[in-house]
Design a protein around this ligand. Structure first.
Ligand code: URA
Length: 234
């Protein structure tokens, strides 16, 4: 059992994440809630229902993307994850991103935003993209910022905003694909990301066995992929 942070003490299940191992799109939320802790799967409660709806709105299914969180164990009472807990869990997320090598990392909520767009404010950043610092684990990705679905459950007017932001993801994916096909060394430099490079904290100690467990989620395959609808693999 991972004991890198205090969250292990009260968890029922760790929630590593799940999705398509060959996807180009990774959604990163904050941390498991009650239902996720019970089932060991991410975004299976009310916020997950809304996330599924948002994906359907652009013709995607959750089995075609990968869904995970910045912390893999539930913060008691669904409190916000502490910076030290996010830092302790970062090696797991980093390894997942190294393996998946996504074109787009969609951040859901403030804590995920803080990892992939350090210094950005969600009210200004939502619906925008920025190159991801490779020290996060994603070698060549754009981060695309969104509000957390739970925020739209609390505040109905945010649903429209989230639908609009979701509708921007396919264009961001096309932009990222274009960047990724450019020869290495000719990528436009993003000064904000460059500056942030030193800010991302690294945790060197990773329990290899635990990492295997986390990566088990990466091997999850969808039951069926509908090729007609699939703009991700199309
Ligand atoms: N909220 C999150 O941030 N992640 C989940 O997995 C569920 C709810």
């Amino acid at each position: 059992m991972c004991r890198l942070c205090p969250l292990h003490a009260q968890r029922t299940n760790a929630v590593p994440g799940e999705g398509h191992p060959d996807t180009e799109v990774v959604f990163v939320g904050e941390g498991p809630g009650f239902n996720e802790d019970q089932q060991g799967r991410p975004f299976v409660g009310a916020a997950g229902g809304l996330l599924n709806e948002l994906l359907r709105a652009i013709g995607w299914k959750r089995e075609e993307v990968f869904i995970t969180n910045v912390v893999k164990c539930r913060p008691p009472g669904n409190r916000d994850p502490e910076p030290a807990e996010i830092a302790a869990c970062a090696p797991y997320l980093r390894r997942q991103l190294e393996v998946l090598d996504p074109a787009i990392v969609v951040t859901l909520g403030r804590h995920s935003l803080g990892t992939f767009m350090p210094g950005a404010r969600i009210s200004a950043a939502h619906g925008t993209q920025r190159p991801v610092d490779p020290t996060t684990g994603a070698p060549n990705a754009l981060a695309y910022a969104m509000y957390h679905p739970a925020a739209a459950l609390r505040q109905y007017s945010l649903r429209e905003t989230m639908l609009d932001d979701m509708a921007g993801i396919p264009a961001a994916l096309l932009e990222s694909r274009a960047r990724r096909s450019e020869p290495v060394g000719e990528l436009p430099v993003d000064p904000v990301a460059e500056q942030a490079a030193g800010v991302i904290e690294t945790v060197e100690v990773v329990d290899a066995v635990e990492l295997e467990t986390v990566l088990a989620g990466v091997a999850t395959t969808p039951e069926q992929v509908d090729d007609d609808q699939m703009q991700l693999f199309g």
